[in-house]
Design a protein around this ligand. Sequence first.
Ligand code: HEM
Length: 191
Amino acid sequence: MTNPVSLRLSTFVAGTEGPWKIQEIRSLRGESLASAKKLSTGPAGSPAPALPAIWTLEGVTSNERYTTRQEKDELVAIQPELGRPESTCAALIPIRKNASWWAMTQDERHQIFAEKSHHTAIGMKYLPAVARKLYHCRDLAQPQPYDFITWFEFAPSESDSFDRLLAELRSQPEWSFVERETEIRLTRCAA
Ligand code: HEM
């Protein structure tokens, strides 16, 4: 097997140590997460977890479900890598969708995600200012509190623009299926 789950697993540990300072944790829907000072992220087991952990989230990178070939080519051409030095702001937004979403078939979900909500088209307007990564949580061995973990990095000058992106996406039909959403805003600690 070339790509086992263990190699695609990433961990987000909130505690007292880590390269990201947590500025704010707020719940958009459902139960929030406990407040913490710092966050460390990385492949499972590395970096060393920020002990004592106040909470830990885990997710795996996976294949795309909704992206067309044309969108993929466009994304590959413009989406930036994480870790740009000027991207000192980040957002960690774990999301859980409701039972109605998961009861639908893939073509029904695609219709809401793409044709009715224009998720990718909206998101692309904010590239390359925002770097992003999506993790899936549903198929891990242990039950997880969210279905997805989303991670974004951008420069401080792009904060207002990122807020507009959030408002635009959250006003779409796709978001009526979101039953838990927590927004964690962070800034990178000085080296
Ligand atoms: C920065 C601009 C963004 C772009 C270009 C973008 C693009 C995409 C794309 C292409 C997918 C589909 C992946 C697939 O084919 O499976 C996706 C999925 C997703 N995105 Fe975004 N996105 C952006 C911003 C956001 C934001 C700000 C949020 C959260 C507030 C978000 C939450 C999600 C979630 C939860 C999924 C998984 C949906 C599902 O599988 O049901 N995205 N995004």
